[in-house]
Design a binder for this molecule. Structure first.
Ligand code: NAX
Ligand code: K
Length: 500
């Protein structure tokens, strides 16, 4: 499990540890780890041009000390002091090691030829403007420096966090540094795992400074492949199709038949013992043609789902339409006493009667930002910008588990840490992949996994299958279709469970 923390949690742990150590020990450890990471990111240290962007706080201090270590190995190190004050010990160390430091010019930084020249020529830029002490939008002149670094040809290394990214949440209020590598101290910050912050961090490199024993239970985690493999349902000698889990899928409409085929495909390929599909005549025909494994039944909304047969979990919503009939079906499915996954149109109609989500049996909702925004009555853009906040809020408000889709998928439930999925690929942003995901998670629910486990495992294998579909044996990457993801699921699970 990769555990991630807020700035306050890290600070509290640092305080406890610092009380037991001589002053400066933690900064020394941080700077040493940072210097090693930067040295590895350079073809060679001797003669390399390194530019330090240095803020007023300890983040700048780490940066100056690391710059001093590189200067001692022969790098040409220049520091730009973005504030009138800089960490005194770090600055002295840099100067002693032969590095240079200067303040900012009077005019705008991006119009200063000396500064733009340093940025253009730098092989590596260390962003030490602000770390976990940052709050709100980057102020000038820091924002201008973050913009300048954005156009740099060299490697950009964020010190602890890319400046401008909220370390606790991943939110970005204004400008933010875009790093190739983030060297983060003590423990991973939650904002480095969640977009939009995650996509500014590049590769994450945690440096251990000994905080471990002083850290609390994490509020954000990412499951490892081995942990997901351990959770995935696996048939035993006693298993039959009913014990492996029967999943009911209510999806599709005469207008949208593909969503039904894809959701059923996700469930079949994820290993459901049996899939019962119920819907309108057209999607039933399509599902039967593509998935002869599924048992199908044509239903009218007023009939409900009582005659569909016993299931251990329902998937409700992909392509089912948003009219009154769809709402009627949603009422029927949500009135059952088994776990229900609500997706897509199912969420749109439920937004008209959110009370339907308050059930005794577990409920998992799988919205994208727009759908969650409708449920919470906030714009989609705000959900995108504050993913952790809105996923947690919806989980608390509706008493459900929330899998919020998008550039980083997060799974929130009350009383547990948020789980972040790190296997996704931008290639998955194509029509129908969400329907496949719903089918996978539904199969896991039917097999008996708790909502948060089903959601986290489904997001993980869906991401792996998406990557496998995008990557060919020739190497490189290519666009994928949603059905490719369903087809790659068995291979992705085989790779996961074999540990490769
Ligand atoms: N506390 C510790 O034990 C350790 C701290 N370390 C480093 O120290 C950092 C935290 O240092 P600090 O607490 O001094 O804080 P930071 O250096 O992260 O930032 C504080 C400074 O940034 C300014 N600032 C905050 N928000 C801003 C904004 N939006 N725009 C412009 N300026 C802004 C503040 O006015 C203040 O001068 C960590 O991120 C890490 O890099 C490491 O050395 C490891 C040990
Ligand atoms: K930084």
């Amino acid at each position: 499990m990769l555990n991630a923390y807020t700035s306050d949690e890290i600070r509290a742990a640092e305080r406890k540890l610092m009380a037991r150590l001589p002053e400066g020990t933690l900064m020394g450890r941080a700077a040493a780890g940072l210097a090693v990471a930067c040295a590895r990111a350079l073809p060679r240290v001797y003669g390399a041009r390194v530019l330090l962007l240095v803020g007023a706080g300890d983040n700048g201090g780490d940066t100056l000390y690391a710059g001093a270590l590189l200067a001692r190995r022969g790098a040409r190190v220049d520091a730009v002091l973005a504030a009138p004050r800089a960490h005194a010990g770090g600055l002295a160390a840099l100067r002693r090691a032969g590095g240079r430091a200067a303040g900012l010019p009077d005019g705008p930084p991006d119009a200063d030829p000396r500064l733009t020249g340093l940025v253009r020529r730098a092989d590596l830029i260390m962003d030490g403007l602000v770390g976990i002490g940052g709050s709100g939008a980057l102020r000038e002149p820091y924002a201008a420096l973050a913009r300048l670094a954005g156009g740099a040809p060299g490697v950009v290394v964020a010190v602890d966090v890319p400046s401008g990214v909220d370390a606790s949440t991943g939110e970005i209020a204004g400008e933010a540094v875009r790093a190739h590598l983030t060297v983060t101290f003590g423990a991973v910050k939650a904002g480095l795992l969640v977009d939009p912050g995650a996509s500014r961090a590049g590769t994450l490199l945690p440096v251990d400074i000994g905080l471990g024993p002083d850290l609390p239970e994490p509020g954000v985690v990412a499951l490892t492949g081995a942990e997901v493999a351990g959770l995935l349902p696996r048939p035993g000698a006693e298993s039959d199709k009913y014990r492996r889990g029967v999943v009911g899928v209510v999806a599709g409409s005469d207008r949208f038949t593909g969503a039904a085929v894809l959701a059923v495909g996700g469930a079949v390929r994820a290993g459901a013992g049996l899939v019962r599909f119920a819907g309108a005549a057209d999607p039933v025909r399509q599902v039967r043609a593509r998935w002869p494994e599924a048992v199908t039944k044509i239903i009218a909304p007023e009939e409900g789902v009582a005659e569909v047969g016993r299931v251990q979990a329902w998937v409700l919503g992909p392509g089912m339409g948003t009219g009154d009939g769809a709402l009627e079906l949603a009422r029927a499915v949500l009135a059952t006493d088994v776990p229900v996954l609500v997706d897509a149109d199912g969420l749109t109609v439920t937004a008209r009667e959110p009370g339907l989500l308050r059930r005794r049996a577990p409920t998992l909702i799988t919205p994208h930002a727009g759908e969650l925004g409708r449920l919470l009555d906030v714009p989609a853009g705000d959900v995108e910008a504050r993913r952790l906040h809105h996923a947690r809020r919806a989980a608390a408000e509706f008493g459900v588990t929330v899998l919020l889709k998008g550039s980083t998928t997060v799974v929130a439930e009350e009383g547990g840490p948020v789980r972040v999925n790190r296997t996704g690929t931008p290639w998955l942003a194509t029509g129908g992949t969400g329907d496949v995901l719903a089918g996978i998670a539904g199969a896991y629910l039917a097999a008996g996994l708790a909502c948060a486990d089903a959601a986290a495992c489904a997001a993980h294998v869906h991401g792996l299958a998406g990557r496998a579909a995008a990557t060919g044996p020739e190497g490189g990457e290519a666009p994928i279709a949603a059905m490719d993801v369903a087809e790659r699921l068995p291979a992705a699970v085989r790779a996961l469970t074999s540990g490769s």
